[in-house]
Each structure stands twice: as structure tokens, then as C-alpha cells.
Design a protein around this ligand. Structure first.
Ligand code: ADP
Ligand code: ZN
Length: 724
């Protein structure tokens, strides 16, 4: 059984290893036990029911509230060679009937449905005729009033399961469940003696950052400049903020999209697709965006405003780094956000009990923004975890901050606010401190204040940032409303009197997460070209993590490629050859991929080599077959023709065989007199780069000859060579 599970995992999903926590859940389900899997976003929940679904005899019904996600997941599954489908309200009734009849014939292993479907009589008639092995309830927190996304339709699932002719195995999954929500899931779904697996919520690859009192637009602009081409999401609280941030970023020539409920559904879809397909770098959105977005290579999520509760924050921020690679989650906090959230709670048409719950959750969120301790630890303890380090070393309260004593600046600001009678906003206060020549300042007589111009050596924006920071630390308060006013808080008094100092942590703006090599960029643009042709999102072709592993290991044949995590046989047959060819080309001449776009385009037009009938797929060690044929006397051209592989591939095979220590007849590979020539030139020019050597030699001497000479003489150019 063990072996069978692993085989299926490799074949259909391309994984050699489980992610933490997956194995226990998969095994529990396969033992027929009701199971609860609590895993953070990106933890790999889907595999936990998709893999058992393939191994169980009957159908697996997946209940999910996210219609958009269904299509994506089903597309991805079909792409991996798994028979799956979905039915939901986006389909015509004819299509639904067709899919149900296919299901009856046993054509699917997985069928995704929305919870509302369970009340349909037609659907239940169908269910009575079919054997259901497993019911997987996704987003199971929707069943609880204590969750952040309560959906009444979920309450019917328990009774519906009880009404089935034969009780299937029931498995429930969620990414965010506080202890209260977990109890609700077990109780309301009426799970029988369930095994509950709670995975750590920790996502070590996410760097949590809290930036207080920064000029948000300036911060975002700078961040985007420092992270070119990295996909990211910027969440803002309102449509208006989305619109204005979007306009501003576009004016600065960033590739941005936007998304909010006020846009037409066509517009929304277009923007969403552009983001998923890496056609825009960044999407600016309200929290309407993201449900059902399964993009794994999001490198940062910036919150322009504080969300209403940590569940929402964790879920939204958690859309970063689902591929396990480093990613940033940045919250740009301002005290003013509290007013917005309070207003939304008060005016959201909630029952008094719900309101009370929401206010408690909001306070927890505010506390997160003020904790001096580790941000990760705060989050983990909020979600009921016990076992974690008190300092993670990868958040802005543990690392990347500077401590500054700003007592003097604070005193200047406080006394200026006081002298302006606590009746003006932060930009006016900053202008006075700066000593601005604005007419209005003269009209109001502020140029005569003793605080006028006492911070003339500080940039106005920096003074404003400092005011915001002092507000975040509750020395000042900034009123809500159209014209926010800066006022003093009690905490400011002892500072003004010189009895207390103001010492603050300044988070340092984060540095770029990981540089991208030319190979990675080339692989990425190849992926994009393939994705466009197959009309799937790029990460469905291969996730970033898979491309990165390819960069590291530079696989040169089918077998090596299959060892890369995320490359299963089916995907390999579909896309693998093109990636293989790109890597081979890179290894042969690292400089050839400088013009990455052009190259990916060219490779792509040439189509898929080796996909014809006598494809090498399925056989072992392709390069050794080449080596044997060569040893039997065939020329490289003949081998290339017979095997229907390009000459470059055949050459690569031989190089590999040589590197692995297989004997070859050098004289047949290196033309007479050439060896001496190549060696001489190499000695003159150094062996780090092949290109100068190639240039200095006569045109008939190709890269292959140069590399063979080097191999023969035990010289490894440092660039483009592989570890043996
Ligand atoms: P969740 O639904 O829990 O947010 P997903 O099921 O979407 O997470 O999986 C997150 C990412 O992890 C996906 O990119 C998926 O391909 C990848 N993944 C899942 N299981 C494994 C595994 N065993 N090995 C490597 N990658 C995996
Ligand atoms: Zn920390």
C-alpha cells in the first residue's frame, strides 16, 4: 500500500516526499477514518484528499464554496492526468446533466460541488445511484459562526451525509481554525470518532513585517522598484483607495492590475487573469480578491490598510509564498485604520452578538500592530498553537529593525501640535515644523510660532511619517473623518516635561527576496509561452519552486528531469522536453540565453522534440544509449537521425557520459590539431568563459569541440559547468 501511494503521488503529482502533515492525513483517510486536517494555506491540503481519491474505489465528492477555485483545481488535475470534474451554478443545466451522467459511468475520480447543490433533488437522486467513497469538505471553517467566513449552506452538510445510502469517509479541511472553530467542525459535521491533525500554522518562508507610520505610497513605490518582476498583491480597504493607488502606480509605469467589487465582472476577470498569467506584476485589490486564487508564486502581499481581524489577515497575507519560497507579508499600519474598521463593523448590518465578536477580533488585530514581541509568535498563539519559539528571527520585530531615540523630535512635534491648538492635520503640522513658505501659514500666523522651522533639516514626508509613528505608538491621535486632526494623548505629557524618552523600533524596508538568475528568467518566459498556448496559468505548467530546482540541478535528460519535485510523468510528456532543451542549450553555452525572451520564443516555435513515435520516453539513461551507439561506430549525425533527437542533444549526452567517466574515442570527437589550438587559446584567455575562446578561434571550431577538449584535459569552466 505504502508503495502504491507513493507511486501515485509521483506519477500524478510529481512529488517524491510529503509536505509536513500530509502523510498522516492521507493514511488516516485510506484507513477509512473520519479525519480533520487543519493546515495553513499553502500547506498542501488538496493533496490530502486528491491522493486518497485516486486510490479509493468509488467517487470522491469535494464540497467547496469557491466556485472559481473549482475550475482551476479541476483544470490542474486534468492536466496531471487525473479524471476530475465540477458542477456548479456557472454551468448550463445540459452540461450539469452531462457531467452527472459521466460520473455515473465512473468517468471521474473526483467531483467538486458547491454546498448549495446538496439540497437539489436531482443531484440527490443521482447520488443514490453511485458509490461515494469519500466526502471532502474544503474550507470547513465556513460551518462555524466563530469563523470569519460563516456560510449557512454549510450547516446542511451533516444531515445530508447522514441521509446517504451508505456513509462515506468524511474528511474536513481548513486553513484557519481557532480552537472554537475546530470544535464546531467536528460537532456540526457529526464526524464519527475523527482523527484530528493540526499542522503548525507556521509558514517559515513568510517574513512578517509591520511598517508603522510610513508614507504608504512612497513605501510601495520603493518596494516595487526593488522587486522588479516579482508577482505581488496589494490589499487596500476601499474601492476608492484601490482606484487611486492603481492610478498612481500605473502613472509610474508599473505593470499593475486592479480588482474590486465595483468593477464589471468582465473587467474583474480580465485583471485577475492577467495577474494569474504573470502579465501584470502586481494587483491592487480589495479583500474581494483572492478567494479562489491559487497562484503559487506570489512573492509579496502588502496590506495598505489593517484588516479587520487576524483570520482575514492571515488568509490574505498567506497567499504569498504558497510554493514554499521566501515571500514578504507586509502590513502598513496607521492608527486611522482602526476608525474605518470600527465604522464597518457598526454599519455592516450585523446582529449585536456578531458585532461583539467582531469587536473582540478587531482588538486582537490592533494588538498585533502594537506588540513589541515576535509577530510570528503572536499569530501562532492566536491560532491556538503552543509549541513555538518566542523569537522567530524572520519578522520585523525580531530582525531588520533599528532602535532610535526620537525624544527630541517627538518633543518638537508635540509642542508644535500644542501651539497649533490641536486643530490641524499632520501635513499642516509638518509644514510648520519644516518652516514652509505657504501663504496659508502666513495667513494663520503660524510663522510666528516658536516651533516654526525648528525641523527645517528634515524632509516634510519624514516629519509626517514620524507623526504617524507617534500616533501608532499612541502618543498622538489622529481623528477620523474627512479632515483628520492631530491631537495629543496623555502619553505625550511626560515626554514634553522631559520625564520620559521616546524610543521606537524602526522596521527597515525589506530587501529583495532572492535574486533571479538568467536561467530562471529564461525558464520562466518559456513557461509563460507554453502556458499561453495551452491556456493555463503559468504555475499550472510548473510552479516557481520546480523552476528553481531545475536551475539548481540542471537536469539534462528525462530521468534527471523526473527527479525534480513537481515533474510527474504526465507533465513531463506534456511540457518537459521543452524545458529540457532550454537547459541543455544553457549548459552548452551559458551566454546563449542572455536574450531570454527571444530564445524561449524560438524554442517554442520549433515545437516539441522527441515527442514522435520513437520517443526515448520510457527508456533508461538516454545519454548512455547515445554513448553505446557512438562506441558501436555510429557518427553523431547518424545517432541524431536514428533517435530523432537534435544533434545538440546527442552532443550533450556524450558530454554527460564522459563526465560520468565513460571511455570514449577522443580522436573521433576532437578533430586533429584542434586540441592544441583550443588549449592554447584557453590558456591565454582563461577558462571561465567559453565565449571569448570561441570567438578567438576559427569559426569551424564549435562549442562542442571546445568543451570536449576541456573535458579531455580535465578543465571545468566555472560557468555553465555542472557538478559531477
Ligand atoms: P492549500 O490548499 O493547503 O493552500 P495547496 O494544496 O494548494 O495548498 O498546495 C500548496 C502548494 O504546495 C501547491 O503549489 C502544491 O503543488 C504544493 N504541494 C502540495 N503537496 C506537495 C508535496 N508533497 N511536495 C511538493 N509540493 C507540494
Ligand atoms: Zn519574529
Amino acid at each position: 500500500m505504502e508503495l502504491q501511494i507513493r507511486k501515485a503521488m509521483k506519477r500524478f503529482f510529481g512529488y517524491d516526499e510529503y509536505k509536513p502533515g500530509q502523510e498522516a492525513v492521507v493514511k488516516s483517510i485510506l484507513q477509512g477514518r473520519d479525519t480533520v486536517g487543519v493546515m495553513p494555506t499553502g500547506g498542501g491540503k488538496s493533496l490530502c484528499y486528491q491522493l486518497p481519491a485516486l486510490l479509493l474505489p468509488g467517487l470522491t465528492l469535494v464540497i467547496s464554496p469557491l466556485i472559481a477555485l473549482m475550475k482551476d483545481q479541476v483544470d490542474a488535475l486534468n492536466d496531471q492526468g487525473v479524471a476530475a470534474s465540477f458542477i456548479n451554478s456557472s454551468l448550463e443545466p445540459d452540461e450539469v446533466r452531462f457531467r452527472l451522467s459521466q460520473a455515473l459511468r465512473g468517468r471521474y475520480k473526483l467531483l467538486y460541488v458547491a454546498p448549495e447543490r446538496l439540497t437539489s433533488e436531482h443531484f440527490n437522486n443521482f447520488l443514490n445511484k453511485i458509490s461515494i467513497s469519500l466526502v471532502a469538505v474544503d474550507e470547513a471553517h465556513c460551518i462555524s459562526q466563530w469563523g470569519h467566513d460563516f456560510r449557512p449552506s454549510y450547516l446542511g452538510i451533516g444531515t445530508w451525509i447522514a441521509s446517504l445510502p451508505k456513509r462515506p469517509i468524511v474528511a474536513a479541511f481548513t486553513a484557519t481554525a481557532t480552537p472554537k472553530v475546530r470544535e464546531d467542525i467536528i460537532h456540526l459535521l457529526d464526524l464519527k470518532d475523527p482523527q484530528v491533525f493540526i499542522n503548525s500554522f507556521d509558514r517559515p518562508n513568510l517574513r512578517w513585517m509591520l511598517m508603522k507610520g510610513v508614507d504608504r505610497e512612497r513605501f510601495i513605490t520603493r518596494y516595487l522598484r526593488e522587486h522588479p518582476e516579482q508577482p505581488g498583491i496589494i490589499y487596500a480597504a476601499t474601492r476608492k483607495e484601490v482606484d487611486s493607488l492603481f492610478a498612481e502606480l500605473r502613472a509610474r509605469r508599473f505593470k499593475v492590475g486592479k480588482y474590486h467589487a465595483g468593477m464589471s465582472s468582465d473587467d474583474r476577470t480580465r485583471n485577475q487573469e492577467a495577474f494569474i498569467h504573470d502579465e501584470v506584476q502586481v494587483i491592487v485589490a480589495t479583500n474581494a480578491f483572492g478567494l479562489g486564487i491559487d497562484k503559487s508564486n506570489v512573492r509579496f502581499v502588502i496590506h495598505h490598510n489593517m484588516p479587520r481581524h487576524l483570520e482575514a489577515y492571515y488568509q490574505e497575507a498567506g497567499r504569498a509564498g504558497r510554493d514554499g519560497q521566501a515571500a514578504d507579508c507586509i502590513l502598513l499600519y496607521r492608527a486611522g485604520d482602526i476608525h474605518i474598521q470600527k465604522y464597518l463593523i457598526e454599519n455592516g448590518g450585523l446582529s449585536p452578538e456578531r458585532k461583539a465578536v467582531e469587536h473582540i477580533k478587531l482588538q486582537d488585530m490592533i494588538d498585533y500592530c502594537h506588540t513589541p514581541g515576535c509577530l510570528r509568535a503572536y499569530i501562532l498563539s492566536y491560532f491556538g498553537e503552543r509549541d513555538f519559539k518566542s523569537e522567530c528571527g524572520n519578522c520585523s520585530n525580531c530582525k531588520d529593525y533599528a532602535v532610535r531615540d526620537i525624544t527630541v523630535e517627538a518633543q518638537k512635534i508635540f509642542s508644535c501640535v500644542y501651539r497649533m491648538k490641536q486643530q490641524y492635520g499632520s501635513s499642516m503640522v509638518a509644514s510648520v515644523l519644516k518652516g514652509s513658505q505657504q501663504k496659508r501659514i502666513y495667513q494663520l500666523g503660524f510663522h510666528e510660532l516658536s516651533t516654526y522651522g525648528i525641523m527645517s533639516d528634515v524632509a516634510t514626508e519624514d516629519i509626517i511619517e514620524m507623526i504617524n509613528l507617534l500616533a501608532a505608538e499612541e502618543y498622538l491621535t489622529i481623528t477620523a473623518g474627512k479632515y483628520p486632526i492631530v491631537k495629543l494623548c496623555p502619553k505625550a505629557a511626560p515626554v514634553l516635561r522631559g520625564e520620559k524618552r521616546v524610543i521606537v523600533k524602526f522596521p527597515q524596508p525589506p530587501k529583495s527576496v532572492g535574486n533571479e538568475s538568467p536561467v530562471f528568467r529564461a525558464l520562466r518566459s518559456l513557461r509563460q509561452a507554453i502556458a499561453r498556448q495551452h491556456s493555463v496559468p503559468p504555475y499550472v505548467v510548473f510552479p516557481d519552486s520546480t523552476l528553481r530546482e531545475m536551475c539548481e540541478r540542471l537536469p539534462l535528460d528525462r530521468e534527471e528531469m523526473l527527479r525534480i519535485t513537481g515533474v510527474g510523468e504526465i507533465k513531463f510528456e506534456r511540457y518537459g522536453y521543452q524545458f529540457l532543451e532550454l537547459i541543455q542549450k544553457y549548459v552548452a553555452d551559458p551566454e546563449s540565453i542572455e536574450d531570454e525572451r527571444g530564445l524561449a520564443g524560438k524554442l517554442f516555435k520549433k515545437g516539441v522534440p522527441g515527442k514522435k513515435k520513437n520517443s526515448i520516453a520510457g527508456r533508461k539513461s538516454s545519454h548512455l544509449i547515445t554513448w553505446m551507439q557512438f562506441q558501436e561506430g555510429m557518427s553523431l549525425d547518424e545517432i541524431s537521425q536514428e533517435r530523432d533527437l537534435r544533434l545538440a542533444t546527442i552532443q550533450e549526452h556524450l558530454l554527460q557520459a564522459v563526465r560520468e567517466g565513460y571511455e570514449v574515442d577522443w580522436d573521433r570527437l576532437i578533430p586533429r590539431h584542434r586540441e592544441e589550438q583550443v588549449l592554447r587559446t584557453a590558456r591565454e584567455l582563461g577558462t571561465n568563459r567559453l565565449k571569448p575562446i570561441k570567438k578567438a578561434l576559427s569559426a569551424e571550431i564549435d562549442y562542442f569541440t571546445i568543451r570536449m577538449v576541456m573535458e579531455k584535459n580535465g578543465i571545468r569552466p566555472s560557468q555553465g559547468s555542472r557538478a559531477p
